[in-house]
Structures are given as structure tokens and as C-alpha cells.
Design a protein around this ligand. Structure first.
Ligand code: 6R9
Length: 651
């Protein structure tokens, strides 16, 4: 019997769901689009405001007058909404976090209430103020997945500092670039992180980054949280957090912020140049992440929510540090890795805390699926209600395994399509309302108006495949690229005027369901992480032996895509295995482990270029994937013979 294509939620689930039928969804969606401002004005009641807003929406996607403003005139504080109000309203005893350490044999499990999280956040905020952090200052956060990472983000929000979290897997070079771009005044880090029984030298990486920046650095202090107790080197600018708290006040008031004051900057890769510092602002982001968290996961107060993303990515911002906390959710915060001590760890954690809503990435599902069902079935998963995925398209096979084996056929799967730039979910089934199809992100969230365009920008109706754009704004949308509005405009609002261009391709089927087909630009998605080809190429050419580099993504059974690099060498360099290893190591050092090219081919005869000197990536992709028969027309190449030589040298 072949597997079904349509998976409706069970009647039992529907009866209790927040949005319990397709009709209910249709009705709410219609209202959200037809009376967009009315809909979003009502949703603003989710937050506590210091001063009400006077204009719900002030938006123009027109490139000449590009601006995106929501809840204009309102004043509020994000941290107040995530912490104080829960305590003030009598929810202080509720668990905010079950902290699950990397290795529970060596470290303590911690249970943290909202009242405790508020106290810790105020302490951190006071310390930051004592160090001189002021409203509008940029604070770089480079932390492991420990509660202090969340306190750091919330503490910045509390005092109006703009935080920029850098994923703990990034290298000193990458940290330096982001500190420079944001002109950060302060850094918060930890001595070391722990992952899978290994330690990560976070403080040492910050030291190396600041050394690299030298005179360029405006960093005044580095605040260091003692986590492992491992050795660190010390400098005048460094401050131990535990020492600073001794003299710090236990209370720290919330700074009243304008609705459109920046909340954070988050760097993400694009097709060209260095990573972009995407800016999210206060009110719209808080409304949007809180609403999507509640509706997409059918969240209730007694749920235990676990988002397995790192706080260094947008998913950890929106669905650990903000959306769920604004809703007062109980969450699991996991420091470790899913395969340590064994491939059953995730389900062990689910069992231990009675996780009801689990949110993860397809790459993790595929990696665990490859380890066999026993690791899953030996743990009790009866607490699970809804399963979520994000980060890349999920292949139907992995979807079905997640549904049948992990969720025992009982839990709806929400395949959420969204981006760093969108702030929160854009396309997703609502569990209970939307029948699921494995691999489809299905339908738009409330207020979201997707369109499919052809390459010329013509809007396609009905069943269609093309480019995905969004025709109107939503409160969670990014407002700009930090200190580079021009780049924001050019990247997202120029090619297809009047719309937000997502960079993704998609197909809309006969039922109106959206299927994301992947990036249409030069962005590679490795294990759900965005990597710009240009970034990897610039890292490669930094090496003396490299004359030129071109990088493409090739399919990978677990990671989704993996990096395949072509390199032409400098005249005095010798193409051998040592150099190959050295170059891969070099990229790892320059950007971080996630950017390491899995394959590296020496393009001895050169790269395939048009007569005007443009590298034809289409050909490089075909060679890399072994599709030599469908390379297509090579007549526009300056030297068509390089193609055969590339095929011979394929890795
Ligand atoms: C949240 C996040 C965004 C890119 C996006 C798309 C891909 C994310 C997806 C998905 C298919 C899904 N993507 N979710 N593709 N189905 N459910 O991942 O943000 O790191 O900025 O990546 O990821 O290609 O454009 P970000």
C-alpha cells in the first residue's frame, strides 16, 4: 500500500485546537487580509504597552520610498513583556526553563521559574548599566546554550541596547567582521561552551577576534560568564560576570522603547558580499513572534515547548527568547547535541520533561532517522502533541518517519517556512485546521500574502511554479540592514517592485498549497544554515595558494546540501592531498565548521567562464552532481574544453 498524500489531524485534535477547521482558518485569513490593520491592531493586545500606538501600519514597499513601520507612536519594553508581566500577574512560579545540560552526569539540571529568570535578567541588566551600556549601544553576544544567553538578550532588551548574537560555532574572523559591522561597544561571552562532551573556547575566540580588530575595535568591555571554569587569558577590558554582580543592584527598570526602536541585529548570508546585519524592531517583532508561537503550535499554558535551535539563529531568537517567553511558556533549553551520549538523547529529553511541542530541523530528523527506530521507540513519547520543522525543505521520507515513528501517527506536523528577514512563520499548516502534505509548507499565516512570479515578474495564478514574493508587510518583517538601507532595498525590493523578494522558489499546487523548492540565488543551505557562496569563495581566495574559487551546493542525504568548491591555484602551488586538506581547514578557520567544503576540486584547466568572464555555476553544479549528460549548452564559454577536464577531475 502506498503512503497517503494527505494527512488530516485527528478529530480529537481538531476538537480542542485553537483553529479547529479549514473553514475557521479561511475565515480568519480572509479577515486578516481584508482588514489587515484591524487584524493587527487587535493582535497588539497581546502585549503590555507603556503608551498606545496611534498608527497601526505605515508601510511602503516602493523602492523610492521604502519604509516599514508598525504600531507607530507606541511605547513598550520587550523584556517587560517576556518577564515582568508574568511575575506581576501571579505567574512567577511557572517554569520558564528546564535547563538540560550537555552532560547531566557532570553538570546540574536546572529548573528556572519566571520569577528567577526575571531576577537573573535584572542582575545582568544592572551589570551592563554599571559597565556603561546605554540605550542604542550595540552588544555582541557570543554564548553557549545556557540560560545566561537568554538573560543576556533580555537584559539588553530591558535597557534598550541592541544585541547581536553570534552563533557559538563561528570563528574569530567571523566574530570580528560582525563586531566591526555593528560597531559593537560591548561583548558578552562565556569562558567556554560544552557540546557533546567537548569544550568550545568561546572567550579565546573573542580574544582572537578583538586582536584581529586591533585599533578598529570600539569594544569597551567583555563581560565573561563563568560556565565551565576552564582557563582563560585575561585583559584589562574583561570583566567576570560573577564578580560584577557583587556590587550590582538587584533591580533595574525597563527602558521605555519606541515601537520601532531596534531590538536586535542578526547576521545572515546572502548571495553576495559579507553577511547582512538584519534589523528587527521592538513592537511588531514581539506581536508577530508571540502570535505565531501560539497559533502555529496550538500552544497552551500547560504545554512544554522545546525548540532545539541555537539562540545564535533566528529560530532561537523568535521561538526561544521572545515568542514563547512573551506568551509565558514553559520551555526546555538544551545545551548539548542530539547524538550525545547517543542518538536517543532527544527522545530521552522529551520523555524526561514531558515535552508536548517539539520544533527542530529536517537535518536533525534525517540524522536520527539514519540511526534506526530503536533510539526513538525505547523512550516514552506519549506527551508529544505537535511536531514542527524549519530551516529547509523536508523530504517526504523524513516527514513520514517523523510523523509515524516519532509522533506515532498522532501528532500534526507543522512545516514552517520563514526566514531571518521575516521574523516569524510565514507559510505553515495550522495543526487541526490544515490537512498536511509531506514536504509542503502549505498555506500562508494570517496577514501574509504570498505570490508566485515568473522570471519577468508576472504574477502567476492557480497552479504555478516560480519565485516566491510577499505582496504586503507584516509586523515581524525586518526593517533594514544595519546602517545600510540601500542594501536592504536592493536585496529585497528592487528586482520585483512592490513586493518583498524572498530568494526562494516555490510551487503552488491545485489545492493552493505552497511547496518551497529551495533558494534561487547563490545561497547554499547546509543543515538548515544559510551559507553564501561568495563568503566561502572569499575565504578560499584569502589563502596564498588560491587564485580563484567557485563554490556550489550539492545535495546531501542528511545535511540537505553540502559545499563543493572548485579552486584554481596560484602558479607556484602544487595540487595535492595536503593542500586540499589545508584549504578545507582554512575555510573552517576563517568562517567556522559549518562552512567547510566537503568536496574540493582543483580546477587545473580553469573554471568555465563566458567570454565576458562570468563563471557559469550551472555547469559547475552539473559537474559536481555528476549530471554530465545534462550539462546543456556550453557554446557561450570562452573555452568549452574546460568542461571535460572538470568532469575528469570530479571529486
Ligand atoms: C527560519 C530560517 C531561511 C531559508 C529560506 C528557505 C529555507 C526555511 C523552510 C525552508 C523549505 C521550510 N527554509 N524554512 N525551506 N521549507 N520549512 O531557517 O531562517 O536561516 O534565514 O533561512 O531557509 O530557503 O529562505 P534562515
Amino acid at each position: 500500500m502506498s503512503a497517503p498524500d494527505l494527512y488530516p489531524a485527528s478529530d480529537a485534535f481538531r476538537q480542542n485546537a485553537r483553529v479547529g477547521s479549514r473553514e475557521a482558518y479561511d475565515e480568519m485569513y480572509r479577515r486578516s487580509v481584508e482588514d489587515n490593520e484591524g487584524f493587527w491592531a487587535e493582535q497588539a493586545d497581546r502585549l503590555d504597552w507603556i503608551e498606545p500606538f496611534d498608527t497601526v501600519k505605515d508601510v511602503s514597499f516602493d523602492a523610492d520610498d521604502l519604509h516599514i513601520r508598525w504600531y507607530v507612536g507606541g511605547k513598550l519594553n520587550a523584556c517587560y513583556n517576556a518577564l515582568d508581566r508574568h511575575v506581576e500577574e501571579g505567574r512567577g512560579d511557572r517554569v520558564a526553563f528546564y535547563f538540560e545540560p550537555d552532560d547531566p552526569k557532570k553538570e546540574e539540571r536546572r529548573q528556572i521559574t519566571y520569577a528567577e529568570a526575571l531576577a537573573e535578567t535584572q542582575r545582568m541588566a544592572s551589570v551592563l548599566k554599571d559597565l556603561g551600556v546605554q540605550k542604542g549601544d550595540r552588544v555582541t553576544i557570543y554564548m553557549p546554550m545556557i540560560p545566561e544567553a537568554v538573560y543576556a538578550m533580555q537584559a539588553c532588551a530591558r535597557i534598550g541596547a541592541i544585541f547581536s548574537v553570534i552563533f557559538g560555532g563561528f570563528s574569530p574572523e567571523a566574530i570580528a567582521g560582525r563586531i566591526r559591522d555593528a560597531a559593537s561597544d560591548f561583548v558578552i561571552t562565556a569562558d567556554q561552551g560544552r557540546r557533546g562532551g567537548k569544550t568550545i573556547a568561546l572567550k579565546a575566540n573573542v580574544d582572537a577576534a578583538l586582536k584581529r580588530l586591533g585599533e578598529d575595535s570600539e569594544v569597551r568591555h567583555v563581560l565573561v560568564v563563568r560556565n565551565t571554569g576552564g582557563n582563560v587569558t585575561w585583559d584589562d577590558r574583561d570583566v567576570w560576570y560573577h564578580e560584577a554582580t557583587r556590587s550590582a543592584s538587584g533591580a533595574c527598570p525597563c527602558e521605555p522603547m519606541d515601537a520601532e526602536d531596534p531590538l536586535f541585529i542578526l547576521y545572515t548570508s546572502g548571495s553576495t558580499g559579507t553577511p547582512k546585519g538584519v534589523v528587527h524592531t521592538t513592537a511588531g517583532y514581539c506581536v508577530y513572534t508571540s502570535l505565531t508561537h501560539e497559533i502555529t503550535f496550538d500552544w497552551r499554558e500547560d504545554d512544554v515547548f522545546w525548540c532545539s535551535a541555537d539562540v545564535g539563529w533566528i529560530t532561537g531568537h523568535s521561538y526561544i527568547a521572545f515568542g514563547p517567553m512573551i506568551n509565558g511558556a514553559t520551555q526546555v533549553l538544551f545545551e548539548g547535541v542530539p547524538t550525545f551520549p547517543d542518538a536517543g538523547r532527544v527522545w530521552d529529553v522529551v520523555e524526561q520533561y514531558g515535552v508536548t511541542l517539539f520544533y527542530t530541523a529536517p537535518t536533525l530528523i534525517r540524522a536520527l532517522m539514519a540511526q534506526g527506530d530503536d533510539f526513538v521507540t525505547r523512550h516514552d513519547r506519549s506527551s508529544l502533541r505537535v511536531l514542527g520543522t524549519v530551516g529547509e525543505p523536508i523530504n517526504p521520507e523524513a516527514w513520514r518517519w517523523y510523523h509515524e515513528v516519532v509522533g506515532e501517527g498522532r501528532c500534526p506536523i507543522v512545516d514552517t517556512w520563514w526566514q531571518t528577514e521575516t521574523g516569524g512563520h510565514m507559510l505553515t499548516p495550522l495543526p487541526g485546521a490544515i490537512d498536511q502534505k509531506p514536504g509542503a509548507a502549505t498555506v500562508p499565516f494570517f496577514g501574509i500574502q504570498p505570490q508566485v512570479l515568473d522570471a519577468e515578474g508576472k504574477v502567476l495564478e492557480g497552479e504555478a511554479e516560480g519565485l516566491l514574493v510577499i505582496a504586503d508587510s507584516w509586523p515581524g518583517q525586518a526593517r533594514t540592514v544595519y546602517e545600510n538601507h540601500e542594501r536592504f532595498k536592493n536585496t529585497y525590493f528592487t528586482a520585483y517592485p512592490g513586493t518583498y523578494f524572498t530568494g526562494d522558489g516555490c510551487r503552488r499546487d491545485a489545492d493552493g498549497y505552497y511547496w518551497i523548492t529551495g533558494r534561487v540565488d547563490d545561497v547554499i543551505n547546509v543543515s538548515g544554515h544559510r551559507m553564501g557562496t561568495a563568503e566561502v569563495e572569499s575565504a578560499l581566495v584569502l589563502h596564498d595558494a588560491v587564485a580563484e574559487a567557485a563554490v556550489v551546493g550539492v545535495p546531501h542525504p542528511i545535511k540537505g546540501q553540502t559545499i563543493y568548491a572548485y579552486v584554481t591555484l596560484a602558479a607556484d602551488a602544487t595540487p595535492n592531498e595536503d593542500l586540499r586538506a589545508e584549504l578545507r581547514q582554512h575555510v573552517r578557520k576563517v568562517i567556522g565548521p559549518i562552512a567547510t567544503p566537503e568536496f574540493l576540486q582543483f580546477a587545473i584547466a580553469g573554471l568555465p567562464k563566458t567570454r565576458s568572464g562570468k563563471i557559469m555555476r550551472r555547469i559547475l553544479r552539473k559537474v559536481a552532481t555528476g549530471e554530465h549528460d545534462s550539462i546543456g549548452d556550453t557554446s557561450t564559454l570562452a573555452d568549452p574544453e574546460v568542461v571535460d577536464k572538470l568532469i575528469t577531475g570530479r571529486r
